[in-house]
Design a protein around this ligand. Sequence first.
Ligand code: BG6
Length: 490
Amino acid sequence: QQTPSSLITIFGATGDLAKRKLYPSLYHLFTKGKISKHFAVIGIGRREWSNETFQEHVRTSVHNAIGSNENIEEFVSHFYYQAHDVSSDESYRELKTLSDQLDEQYQLEGNRIFYLAMAPEFFGTITEQLKKQGVTDAKGFQRLVIEKPFGHDLPSAEALNKQIRESFSEDQIYRIDHYLGKEMVQNIEVIRFANAMFEPLWNNRYISNIQVTSSEELGVEDRGRYYEKSGALRDMVQNHLIQMVALLAMEPPIKLTTDEIRSEKVRVLRSLRPIEGEEVKDYFVRGQYGPGKMHEQAVPGYREADNVDDESNTETFVAGKLMIDNFRWAGVPFYIRTGKRMETKSTKIVVQFKDIPMNLYYNPGKPLAPNLLVIHIQPEEGITLHLNVKKTGQDIETTPVKLNFASHDLDGINTPEAYEKLLHDCLRGDATNFTLWDEVKLSWAFVDKISEIWESTQQEDFPNYPAGSMGPKAADELLDKDGFNWWPIG
Ligand code: BG6
């Protein structure tokens, strides 16, 4: 199916995200024939670039990301640049003129996508101006794509949403959570709802706990200024981790439509037990990396990074226990864990099934291994099922085995794959894998209660895990006290 024609206007066109993800993704869509020949891109930035400079920038970014140049000249010929001052009326009037002109030149039917890949403090002004100066006044669809962070907490997210909604309606807004574009995150629903052997067991009668880990090897790098105000809870938990939990926990939607899926996810978030006050320390653990070793190389601690306070109280690691108070999940902990400068880069989900009622193969000192379903999100993509079988030989002894399905390895982590899918979805008008305002609102409400406590109390033992480890000891104790342990993710 050919995607509709469209003009794509990218605010933040000279920035890092556009360079690393957006141009390579658009190029992939172009070479795969998934983008209509009727398309044009306007890059918006503060710098005074010419169209040629911009096109060269796009060419280089594609080359660096993909290494291929097939049809690159034709591709970049669709790119135009406008130097822009986000708060000047004049800039938007010029943008309107250029948009209308390209519309005609490429027969874009008035379809417009505005992609805000820049600092969120400008989101409100930009959307307001787009409407006020008539840039959105075209006969086709008008869609707004916004990158995270969507606010800093619930009040700021509400204010931002209110401002944006003055110019775009909810169904025109595509809030990016790039985890929702990952192949294996999208596979969660298929594994659950297309297999007779999982869905009947997918509840508190057969599942003892679910663990979601997203660990990173990278440190804060050059993002100290942003990260000091954010921390891992806002940066990863509020969006990516809670989204994965919602997909794991939701009821089967009656249809695979955007509205049905999103409303089931919202219902999960509504049943998330709020953790507040004194309880925070029983359900959540925070960590901050100190100096350590990554791949034999000594690396500095978080507090030594640029733009980070010497006594920073910002967490670079979070582990938590989420409880979903509904019929299906009552009593089943969902453990989540994420951190920077951990031992390995990996995102995995482990579903641990309850022990069978009676172990016929009881062997003192060697309990039956539990059945596990592991969903490998990245860097490998696939699923593994841990089962028990008979050990070959005379005795009836059991041994654990793993059934493995490895989806063909894409080219590792941070490929433009997720963005490619999400851009394509947006062009086709499919908002399923974007976050609805209600989801954003409920997850901020949950997270805010935890950050409130963390911000008002200094964590005395920071830094509490060395770079290159799996986080602070308290994260292991969180499961230990429930009689569980983190399954290895390496
Ligand atoms: C981003 C966070 O949303 O996700 C980053 O802001 C983090 O801090 C990144 O590094 C992780 O994404 P991925 O796809 O590499 O797991």
